[in-house]
Design a protein. Sequence first.
Length: 497
Amino acid sequence: MTLRRREFAVGAAGAVAVGVVGAAEAVGAPGVTVAVLRGTLRPGAPDWVYLPVEVAAGTAEVRVSYAYERPSVPPGTAGNALDIGLFDERGTALGGRGFRGWSGGARSEFFVRADEATPGYLAGPVRAGTWYVLIAPYSIAPAGLAYTVTVTLSAGPAGRTPRAVYPPERARGRGRAWYRGDCHLHSVHSDGRRTPAEIAAAARAAELDFINSAEHNTHSAHGAWEGLWGDDLLIMVGEEVTTRTGHVLAVGTDPGTFVDWRYRARDRRFGRYAEVIRRAGGLVVPAHPHATCAGCAWKFGFGEADAVEVWNGPHTADDEVALAAWDAALTARRGGGWLPAIASSDAHREPDRVGSPQTVVLAEELSREAILAGLRAGRSYLAESSAVALSLVVSGPRGQRAGIGERLRTARPDDPVTVRLEVSGAPGRTAHLVTDQGTVHTAALPDSATGAVEWTTSAARSAYVRAEVRHPSAVPGLPGAPAGLTNPVWLGGGDGE
C-alpha cells in the first residue's frame, strides 16, 4: 500500500472535500499493513469526507477503527460527533455500487471480508484498488474535530461469500383480515442493541403479524433473518434513510435494495431516491417528521411521500405536532390524494417495546404486496398495543357503508350519515371524533372491555371523519396520550371531498 500526504478539493455538503488530511503512517507485520490517518475537521466542513486507502491484491480483510477528540463545549453548543462508513474500489458515486457499510456513530471498529462482515457492513470480495473510509461529522465543536482512523489490511485466502437468504414475501395469515405490524425497528445492524432473533421474538410476544427491518443507512440486515420468519410472522425489509435534514423509512423494498442518503433537502435529490424506493416495491414514509433532535425533522416536503409516521415510540409533544400537521394536510388536500398515517415503535433496545405503537392494516392476505397496498390506501389504524382494537364505519341513508381509509359516496350533500366507532381494549378512555372542523364529538368510554360511540353528520358538514381514543390528560388543558387513532373515512363523492 502506497501512503503519502494527500490534499482534497474543498466542496459543499456531500462532496469529497476537507482541505488537507493529515499524514498517513504505515507499519505492520508480514502480511499485515496498518495505515494511520489523522486530521482535523473544522466547523463548516462537508457532510461527507472520503479518506482513500490503497488495497493491494491478495488482501483478505479490511479492518477499520477510529477515535476522535471530544473537548468540552459551552452549554448549548454542540460537541463533536463523527459517523463512519466504507466504500470499496467501485467508488463513492451517489447511488453507485461501491457502498460496503455504515455504522454511523454506533461502533468504533468494523471489518469486511469475503465471508463475513461486522453488522452494518456487507461481506463480499475484497478487490484491489482505492477504497474509501467515509467519515461524516454529525456536529463539530468550535475548536474543531481531531480524528484518527486506523486501517488494517490483512493478506490471506480470498474466502467465499455466502449466498444471501431473504425472507419470503408471504406468510400463512388469515385471508382478508386486520394485521398488526411495526414498520420501524433497529437491530445490531445499525444503532440497535437487539439481534434479529431477539426482535422476532419480541414481535411475536407483542402479537404482531408483520415487521419491517429499517436500519440506518444500510441494508446489511436484509439477509440476517434466516430461520426467524414463519407462518405467523411476515418479515419485510427496508431502510431508515437518515439524511442530515430528515429521516425517511423505505418500507418493504426488494431485499438487497440500497437507498443512498448523502444529500440534504437543499440539494434537490430526494425525488431520485424516493423513486428508487418505489421501483423496489416499497413505500416512502417520512419518519418522526417533527422530532427535535438535530437532523431528525423532515425538511423535504411530502410530495414524494406514500404515508407519514405521525406516532413514533412513546407519545411525546413532537408526535402531537405531527398529528396536528397531518390532520391539517388532510383538509389542504381536498380534491386530491391524501397521505395515510402510520405508527411505529422505532425500538432500539430495552426497555423500548417492539410493537408499541403499531399499525393495524386491512389486507387481503399476509403478504408484502397486500400489506403495502393496505398501508398505501390508508386502510389502517394506529394502536398503542395489540390490546386495542378500533372500528370506524360511516353509513348512509340508502345502505351505503364505508370504513377506515374508504369513501362514502352519497347522492346529496345533505344526506344524513351515521358515524359509529367501536373500541375494545381501552376501558375508561375518551373517544374523540375529528373532522375538517376539528374535534366535533367527545364521549367517555365505559370501564367495560368494549364501548361504542355514534354521531350523525353529512358530507356538506364534514369532508372526512376520523377517531382518536385517548388516555386521561396528565396536564390540565392538554390532550392525553393516544391509545388509538384511525385514518379518515371520507364523505362525499369526490376524492377527498
